[in-house]
Design a protein around this ligand. Structure first.
Ligand SMILES: Cc1ncc(COP(=O)(O)O)c(C=O)c1O
Length: 413
């Protein structure tokens, strides 16, 4: 169930100004939060090199911001490779971690200069025979994780025994395997899943070294770091403490990397939607918004999370209500049976923590345009749209750039 905060209507003024300038629905990216999340993670795991999981929010605004912070990038498709090329991000800062790839995906990544790939079975390993002199592979292990919202090991990863066989086969074929990797599942609230996985990989690394084979020099601990959708705060430093201890036990020559997505992009984006219609059905107030589960709220279906919502009203009371999306489909419901004050057509509804797996999986079903993404840098009080051309300050004191045009039309973007 989504949590719904009720705020005074004056608190919606900021959102109203943005909608006036850029239209509705909107997704507002806050680079200050991106930078804070990245720094916090770095502080919590200082010895780990981060490769931002582009899939969580493959948007230029966040990628540029992270590139400036020194982040590396985790790619999973040729489309993501092309995005790196467009942004002129060095291939040396990228890894390709999709365990199942078409040969064309491998060649596209190699042409770009990305040489680290992931395999979890023999068929996938054999795809690298033609490129054996040019790649360094990571073998992905499976660690099922009922504690995670999305248990990625259901679909990918091999057992420790199979990993051992893959390492031997690769050595026989002359394919360089530089490391091991895993993903304990996305939005994993139990850090001990990470610890168990690190310890299991540690054992495998020791056993492998004992055979006299070329040493395993890298461990990729994936993503999965959780964020607080339900308001229950996640203390990232405390969460990472047992992970730090487990990593400290690894041999010193093992370089540790991670592929965080949600923890960086999730808290950094807010959805702004507008009530476009109302109805009364089965004793409930229905409010139809201009975005829904086919759009930015798609994460409620695919990613199985419920975003914290905020409504703005000075009216007293709360009544059983439904917040529905704009499409013709009845699955397009964001929240059902929630207590809301009486809303009016034109009122704003905000969705918080909506950066990860939202815009990334939004569709244009019914040929409705997807929410426009606006970058709102509180540091510079400056707004840009998703395109490369800057938009000038909107007509609001909190957003206006000194000496800039007070407002320009956004048409054509
Ligand atoms: C291979 C891989 N790496 C990293 C991530 C990012 O995970 P998270 O957003 O949970 O940090 C995912 C998510 O699906 C993934 O599949």
């Amino acid at each position: 169930m989504n949590t719904v905060r009720k705020s005074a209507s004056r608190h919606a003024q900021h959102y109203r100004d943005l909608v006036k300038a850029y239209g509705s629905p909107l997704l507002v990216l806050d680079p200050v939060t991106v930078r804070t999340q990245y720094r916090e993670l770095k502080r919590a795991l200082p010895e780990v090199a981060f490769f931002y999981a582009v899939k969580s929010l493959p948007f230029t605004g966040i990628l540029r911001c992270l590139a400036d912070m020194g982040s590396n990038f985790d790619l999973a498709s040729s489309g993501e490779v092309r995005l790196m090329q467009t942004l002129k991000i060095s291939a040396r800062r990228t890894i390709h971690t999709h365990p199942i790839k078409h040969d064309d995906d491998i060649r596209t990544a190699l042409r770009f200069g990305c040489t680290t790939f992931v395999v979890d079975n023999t068929d996938e390993l054999l795809k690298f025979r033609p490129y054996r002199r040019r790649v360094g592979l990571l073998v992905r292990l499976c660690f099922r994780s009922p504690a995670a919202v999305v248990d990625l090991s259901r679909k990918f990863g091999c057992s420790a025994a199979e990993a051992g066989k893959l390492l031997s086969l690769a050595a026989g074929l002359g394919i360089h395997v530089k490391g091991l990797c895993f993903h304990v599942g996305s939005q994993c609230r139990d850090a001990h899943r990470q610890v168990e996985a690190i310890d299991a990989c540690h054992t495998l690394i020791r056993q492998h070294h004992a055979t006299g084979a070329a040493p395993i020099s890298m461990l990729d601990i994936g993503g999965g770091f959780p964020i607080a959708y339900d308001g229950a705060e996640v203390d990232l430093n405390a969460y990472c403490a047992p992970i730090r201890d487990a990593l400290a036990r690894l041999p010193v020559h093992v370089r540790v990397i991670a592929e965080p997505g949600r923890i960086i992009s999730g808290p950094a984006m807010t959805s702004i939607t507008t009530v476009i219609g109302k109805a009364r059905r089965d004793g409930m107030n229905w409010y139809y918004l201009d975005d829904g589960v086919y759009g930015a709220f798609s994460g409620q279906i695919y990613d199985q999370v419920r975003y914290p919502l905020e409504v703005f009203s000075d009216a007293p009371g709360r009544f059983p209500s439904v917040l529905a999306g704009p499409t013709c489909d009845s699955i397009d419901i964001i929240a059902e049976g929630v207590g809301l004050p009486e809303l009016q057509i034109g009122d704003m509804v905000a969705g918080h923590m909506m950066g990860a797996y939202t815009a990334a999986s939004a569709t244009d079903f019914n040929l409705r345009p997807k929410a426009k993404i606006v970058v709102l840098d509180r540091g510079t009080e400056w707004a840009r749209t998703a395109g490369r051309r800057p938009l000038y300050g909107v007509n609001h004191p909190r957003l206006a750039m000194p000496g800039r045009h007070p407002r320009r039309k956004t048409a054509g973007r």
